[in-house]
Design a protein around this ligand. Structure first.
Ligand SMILES: [Zn+2]
Length: 424
């Protein structure tokens, strides 16, 4: 079940599908990116790809699956409502709440609200931007912010962004058309490929006659050139990095050129991006990037958006997902600030265990025996006390799990008094 087509969400598929043949579900654009990837690996023929649309509910085994529209830094993203025999799980996928997305596909606030009214057992929500106060600005603010740059630039404009950021690319191509520039796409074939896929499927509208091969664009006066490139993370062999060191075969940076890095720096890439920026400035370019100009908005929800998601879905339990430990913890605290009791929030890191009951009957029987033994050792003279019994169960389960799996579990004992049952 794919929520969107970003690299960190589909990149492992060819390796997974080589080992096991499972059906893959996603929206049209997501699956088009996936299909392209699988074709490269020679796996497309045998792959079982099924596309779905937001609000089209379907069933797989005991689960009811409903994709729900969300907005993100790639088109056609969704979250999921998964009906299970135990209750409904809502997974947001990567998201922001953009009230004015470029394609008009607003997040499905009303569906999240309905699910909240019906009862959500657990919410799993994107934690990436939990440190940012306020709301994440709309994607539709980026184009107008870039327009004066296009209006003022005398030289070439080189804009680096992610090849999958279809709505950013859309706005930039529209600006080029408006300000009389021709555009060339550059970078590891990804940029060209994604633009082709997205425009074939109607997710991107390329203005008539705008795109030209690089050689044709490079032959125009600098003031009529736009180059859309990858390399926003300073990747060593990317077009942008080669331009920065004067080694790109077709593009030599000159005084008056404007380089716009319209992307966030992914943590860990600060130094390489920094050195690319320094080198571009040294060559005489004006460089605009997130720290010195408004050239980018994030694809992830900020604090107020995250609170809104919690308030719409009103889950019984909350599991912060997607982010480093600090983000998950921050998101857990944010949930507490909107009234979720801490014992209903689970901080679970990748690799932490879930026990599949059917396949673990033996282990569960042993666990049961360990708990019974702990309870049997209770002083029979003591009066029955829920808290004492709860604490005994908790420590017995913890001890068992720690010894068996070297993990520290969160144990939530629920002690039920059965009327008329013998005590002790
Ligand atoms: Zn993403």
């Amino acid at each position: 079940m794919l929520t969107h087509g970003h690299e960190d969400h589909i990149g492992a598929l060819p390796y997974l599908l080589r080992q096991t043949s499972v059906p893959v579900y996603g929206t049209r654009l997501t699956l088009a990116f996936v299909a392209d990837r699988l074709r490269e690996h020679g796996l497309l023929e045998q792959a079982r790809l099924t596309s779905f649309k937001p609000r089209d509910r379907f069933e797989i085994g005991p689960f009811g699956i409903e994709p729900i529209r969300v907005t993100h830094s790639i088109a056609d993203g969704i979250g999921l409502a998964i009906d299970t025999p135990a209750g409904t799980i809502v997974h947001t996928g990567d998201f922001r709440l953009d009230p004015r997305p470029i394609d008009g596909e607003t997040p499905d606030y009303s569906r999240f609200t309905e699910l909240g009214e019906r009862g959500v057992l657990a919410l799993c929500s994107d934690s990436t931007n939990v440190d940012r106060p306020g709301h994440t600005p709309s994607e539709s603010e980026v184009g107008p912010a870039l327009a004066p740059r296009f209006a003022a630039a005398q030289g070439r404009i080189i804009l680096a962004t992610f090849a999958s950021h279809i709505h950013r690319i859309q706005q930039v191509l529209d600006l080029a058309a408006r300000y009389g520039r021709k555009a060339a796409l550059l970078g590891m074939s990804m940029m060209e490929k994604n633009v082709r896929i997205a425009s074939e499927l109607g997710y991107l509208r390329v203005p008539e006659g705008l795109l030209e091969p690089l050689e044709a664009v490079a032959a125009l006066p600098a003031s009529r050139q736009l180059i859309v490139s990858t390399g926003s993370q300073g990747e060593p062999n990317s077009a942008l990095a080669l331009m920065a060191v004067g080694e790109h075969k077709d593009v030599q940076i000159e005084r008056g050129d404007v380089v716009i890095i319209s992307a966030r720096v992914i943590p860990g890439h600060e130094r390489t991006v920094g050195s690319v920026i320094n080198a571009l400035f040294r060559l005489g370019a004006e460089v605009l990037y997130e720290d010195n100009a408004f050239v980018h908005v994030s694809g992830h929800a900020s604090q107020e958006d995250l609170k809104q998601m919690l308030n719409l879905t009103r889950p019984r339990y909350f599991i912060p997902v997607h982010g480093e430990y600090r983000h998950l913890l921050g998101h857990a605290r944010l949930a507490a600030s909107v009234g979720l009791p801490p014992e209903r929030v689970f901080l679970v890191e990748d690799g932490q265990g879930v026990v599949y009951v059917k396949e673990s009957e033996e282990m569960l029987a042993e666990l049961k025996a360990a708990v019974s033994q702990a309870l049997a050792e209770r002083d029979p003279a003591q009066p029955f006390d829920r808290e004492v019994v709860g604490a005994l169960v908790k420590s017995a389960v913890r001890r068992f799990i720690q010894q068996r799996f070297q993990r520290k579990p969160i144990v939530l004992p629920i002690v039920l008094e059965v009327p008329g049952a013998a005590r002790g």
